[in-house]
Write a new protein. Sequence first.
Length: 289
Amino acid sequence: MSGYRMALRESVKFIQQNMSLKVDTLGREALLNAAKTSMSSKLLGPESEFFSDIVVNAMMNVRHVSESGEVKCPIKAVHILKTHGKSIKESCLVDGYAIEAGRSAQGMPYHIDEAKIAFIDFNLNKYRLAMGVQVLVQDPENLEKIRQREMDVTRERCRKIIEAGANVILCSRGIDDFALKYFVENNCIAIRRVKKGDLKRIANCTGGKIVVSLADFEGEENFDASYLGHATKVYEKRVGDWDYTFFEGMKTQKAQTVLLRGANDFFLEEVERSLHDSLCVIKRVLESN
């Protein structure tokens, strides 16, 4: 047994050294063939020519070489969005990241160049005192003052975010209509209820930081400009029946989005699974060389 195992190790070594070909020497054609092969047994078989091109382009665009010379192709940097309608051949690759959400108010701009993005992970709703806190009011005028102060707390938070230089605000929770008014007045795009996963990925790609609270050690509230992420442009575009927001020209890491079109949701889910398999194959080929 140990003799056979030794022979196995030797033969693997021999194949790697003398018989295997390096990806760098084979060129793009080999990657396309690898992607086509992984699709050939699936629903995408007939369209493998078209989709293998998308998969290879996406992986080549997110590929980066670390300082130690190691090649990394993060699958998570390729985002797949499914929109039913139109033909499967009208799917496309977008150079950037897209989320299935539009602007939260009509008065906001559709397009912002040189975007500075704030990532907010708390409510920008009317401030309410925590559960269990009781306030006894003798004078009805003071009650109105308390209500006004609750509004002011949120207004000050919005102002601090805007003053730090943010012109795109992504919030994972709700934003009240009166708070949206401040963003509209300052020509900002604000998007509420962004999925946590999308928030994290965009923050990683743009070099920003997700802020859970504005409180600092002194008990004051402030928002530091270093928390902002940077993108060359952010814009809203309608695809099918939904509005999508696109982020292009990320600061730290490239991201790609595949916009899938197709007849219905079941079909699109099957296409997504097939594409994911192909992306993993190309990742393996590129990383192992």
